[in-house]
Every structure is written in structure tokens, then in C-alpha cells.
Design a protein around this ligand. Structure first.
Ligand SMILES: O=C(CO)[C@H](O)[C@H](O)COP(=O)(O)O
Length: 228
């Protein structure tokens, strides 16, 4: 990533935290390198000790620990005031593909429950229509049955692997089938349909629109808020 783009993300993190975080909030923390900028920015907040955070992965939990943030009991999910998160792609209608880091299940739980959602991403992630695979978290027992069903609905699933071919296992003990679709004309319908396959724990299509704010970091070092 260029240093100008890093500058832009740094600046937007400052703006987003200043604009959206208030004392005594319960704050959901999405995962990934862009969300980590937000967490680092939260380290400097005067009201830091009044916040309670809910992390979506060990990666962001470690960042939050370094920033001196406190954690909520996960049972407080109904009280989540705000979630900060990144995205892998955002289409022209503000649907998202997420799950590049494998935290999609916990991210979906937080994003579907929070009062307000703030998405931070660099400009390359904003596209007219999706052009990458959709991460689909699947119970290991359904590895082949879910893959077959995904093929039946036109997908080309591939199990995510680490170096040397070891399966990538999520923090929930599941696998990810990164699934290519030739097109996704109706992401909301696709999200529901794919979620209905037995053994599918979560789908990396995120279609919530209300109270979602998007920040775009630009390669000239600036940023903007782009809203539906
Ligand atoms: O969905 C995610 C993790 O499951 C991340 O938000 C997404 O992969 C973007 O990550 P990054 O900011 O590192 O590009």
C-alpha cells in the first residue's frame, strides 16, 4: 500500500472515531488491516475507559488490547451502538463482500445488530459490480455437500487453504469455500439463498443499508464519505 493511501486511512480513522464514538458506548470491532487503523485511533480517546468493545477476531482483539481498550461480555450484542469494519468489495448499490480475513460470521452478527455501522475501505474496494469470490463459511462436515449445492446454483467453490495446502480453519472451527459466481444480480436474494444451504454457517455477502456509513480512502492521500 502506498504511503499516501496509508495517510488517507489514518486521516479517515481520526475523522470516523471523532465523529461517531461517544462516551459509554458498546463498540463492535470488525477485523482486518483497515479496521485496525480505527482501533489504533481509539487508543487516544479521552473516553476510552468508558467504552466496551466486542472484537470479531483474535487479530483485532490483540490490536484492541494494545490500544488499551476494554471488552464487553459478548452477551451485550443487542446493545451495540456502533461497529467499525472494513470490506473486500463494495458494489455500486453498497452491497459488500466480506470475509477475506475469515471473520465473516462474527462480523455479520455485529453488523446485523448494531445501531450504526461505519465501513472503512480504500478506493480500490469500491466497484461497479462484484468481481471477486464470495467467502462462504461452512461446517467441515458439509464440505462436499455444501460445495455440491453451491455448484448447483452456479457457483465454483474452492476451499480456502494456507501454505502447504492446510485448510484455513475459522475461529469458529469451520472452513471457508471461496466461491466464484459469474454474476450476482440480486445480492440480497443470493445472501438468503446461500444461507439456506445445509451446513452454511455464514455468507460473505453483506446487504444491510440502513444507518451504514462508508469512508473511502483515496490514493492522493485524501478521503471522503460516500453514502447510499
Ligand atoms: O471482512 C473482513 C475480515 O473478515 C475484512 O474487513 C476484509 O477482509 C478487509 O480487510 P482489509 O482491511 O485488511 O483489506
Amino acid at each position: 500500500m502506498s504511503s499516501l493511501l496509508q495517510d488517507a486511512i489514518q486521516k479517515l480513522a481520526k475523522d470516523a472515531v471523532g465523529r461517531f464514538v461517544r462516551p459509554n458506548q458498546v463498540v463492535g470491532l470488525g477485523s482486518g488491516s483497515t479496521a485496525a487503523y480505527i482501533v489504533r485511533e481509539m487508543a487516544g480517546l479521552k473516553a476510552k475507559n468508558t467504552l466496551l468493545c466486542v472484537p470479531t477476531s483474535l487479530q483485532i482483539k490483540v490490536e484492541a488490547e494494545k490500544s488499551g481498550l476494554r471488552f464487553a461480555d459478548e452477551g451485550r450484542i443487542p446493545d451495540i451502538d456502533i461497529v467499525f469494519d472494513g470490506a473486500d468489495q463494495i458494489d455500486g448499490r453498497f452491497n459488500m463482500i466480506k470475509g477475506g480475513g475469515g471473520a465473516l460470521l462474527r462480523e455479520k452478527i455485529l453488523i446485523s445488530s448494531a445501531k450504526t455501522v461505519v465501513i472503512v475501505a480504500d478506493e480500490a474496494k469500491f466497484v461497479k459490480s462484484f468481481s471477486r469470490s464470495v467467502p462462504i463459511e461452512v461446517h467441515p462436515m458439509a464440505r462436499t455437500s455444501a460445495a455440491k449445492k453451491l455448484e448447483e446454483v452456479g457457483g465454483r467453490p474452492a476451499m480456502r487453504t494456507l501454505d502447504k495446502g492446510y485448510p484455513f480453519v475459522t475461529e469458529n472451527g469451520n472452513i471457508i469455500l471461496d466461491t466464484v459466481f459469474s454474476s450476482i444480480p440480486d445480492p440480497e436474494k443470493a445472501e438468503l439463498e446461500l444461507k439456506g444451504i445445509a451446513g452454511v454457517m455464514e455468507v460473505g455477502l453483506f446487504t444491510r443499508k440502513s444507518d451504514v456509513y462508508y469512508y473511502r480512502a483515496k490514493s492522493d492521500g485524501t478521503f471522503e464519505m460516500v453514502n447510499p
